[in-house]
Design a protein around this ligand. Structure first.
Ligand code: GTR
Length: 387
């Protein structure tokens, strides 16, 4: 009998919409002391910091902001990359704290033809350097550089391995052990997803010093685990203009309480090093979480957020991601932004632009593809043209 229970526990993932039970989301606009939030001032002073802290303490851990020094060294500068149409810079970003340093390598392409400074896509890349091949011999749709450059945007990215390797054991090997070892002792300390976002913040530190880049128009992009990180990063770093989550699913854009596809139990078992240790307490106890993921999306308001899904990627719960986006709307409304997302999830391959929020559910499987990039570009074009 006990074997039967174990087998059920492992295969208990629900993919059946009719089996999604009723659930109650934590109130977005009611403070811990029971006060209802109705102004941006109250949101920014009281509720937003409360929610940020709840995510820090219970899900992703803190993200330290202090360090002693940051240096940018251009290690490669090619003004005729990608067949002549872009300028490539490879930048070694070295951060020092308490006499210890970590270097993150940032890859930056800017279009030669476009008027400078250009808006910049920044990818939190967990798929390795080959995905961002600077020679462009390997054109991986995951990092659709040609399409982005042709649209007049810059594209950049860094390999997460430089800040925190995506590995149960080696995740400490970057900034955690070198720069912020005290975080490792804390139940609400930074782990992988937070560390990657920390790296993305250092990339913006660089962009603020590069005249070819418009650092007020940074677009953060991450897929899946990178998408979870992108959201947590965009929620905290207000320098991000548009935060994009591609198929981030559980502990990303999807509502945890639906218990559809991946669950907190599964994710904390398989990837404990992505989250602060406190998150484990909620395995199988989603209802006890003081947050749900709509609150993470709400933290991005009034800046823009894009949630992308794929129809066959049920593990990431497309509907749960759409619902989280709609449930985040009240925070945007405080800023006078209209609630204009349709109640029903849009049909497959139908992009919705709302205009500070966008969503699509692409046909096909779990991946980030040129189709997704085209939608991101379309949204950015629209969003920046009305800003
Ligand atoms: C899966 C994990 C998901 C998602 C995915 C990915 O194994 O369960 O949460 O992060 O990996 O990153 O592709």
């Amino acid at each position: 009998l006990s074997l039967l229970f174990t087998v059920q526990a492992v295969f208990a993932q629900n993919y059946d919409e009719s089996k999604v039970g009723s659930y109650q989301l934590p109130e977005l606009l009611v403070t811990e002391s029971g006060e209802t939030i109705s102004t941006t001032e109250q949101w920014e002073k009281i509720r937003r910091p409360e929610i940020l802290k709840l995510f820090e303490d219970n899900v992703y851990g803190q993200v330290p902001k202090d360090f002693d020094d940051i240096q940018f060294e251009i290690t490669k500068h090619d003004k005729k990359a990608m067949g002549g149409k872009t300028t490539l810079k490879e930048v070694a970003v070295t951060v020092t704290r308490n006499q210890k340093s970590v270097t993150m390598n940032l890859i930056v392409f800017t279009p030669n033809k476009a008027k400078k400074p250009v808006p910049m896509f920044l990818v939190i890349n967990h798929r390795g350097l080959k995905t961002m091949d600077v020679t462009r011999q390997n054109k991986d749709g995951f990092w659709s550089a040609e399409e982005v450059i042709d649209a007049g945007y810059g594209i950049s990215g860094f390999d997460v391995i430089d800040v925190s390797p995506d590995d149960k054991v080696k995740f400490k090997n970057g900034i955690l052990e070198q720069l912020y070892p005290e975080q490792l002792q804390m139940e609400n300390g930074m782990r992988g997803l937070g560390a990657w976002g920390w790296g993305a913040s250092r990339a913006i530190d660089y962009f603020e010093n590069d005249k070819s880049v418009d650092a007020t128009k940074i677009i953060s992009v991450g897929h899946s685990r990178g998408g979870k990180s992108s959201l947590w990063f965009g929620a905290q770093d207000k320098r991000v203009a548009i935060t994009i989550s591609n198929e981030s699913g559980n502990s990303g854009a999807a509502l945890s309480r639906r218990i559809f596809g991946e669950t907190v139990e599964r994710i904390t078992k398989n990837f404990p090093y992505w989250f602060c240790p406190n998150y484990q307490k909620f395995a199988g106890k989603e209802d006890e979480l003081p947050v749900d993921q709509h609150m993470l999306l709400a933290l991005i308001a009034p800046r823009a957020v894009y949630v992308a899904s794929a129809a066959e990627d049920l593990w990431a719960d497309p509907k749960g991601q759409y619902l989280a986006l709609t449930e985040a709307q009240p925070a945007f409304s405080l800023y006078g932004i209209k609630n204009c997302l349709p109640t029903e999830m849009p049909a497959v391959n139908q992009q919705v632009i709302c205009p500070h929020m966008s969503f699509h559910n692409r046909e096909g499987k779990h991946n980030m593809t040129p189709y997704d990039w085209q939608q991101f570009i379309q949204f950015a074009n629209k969003y920046f043209s009305v800003l």
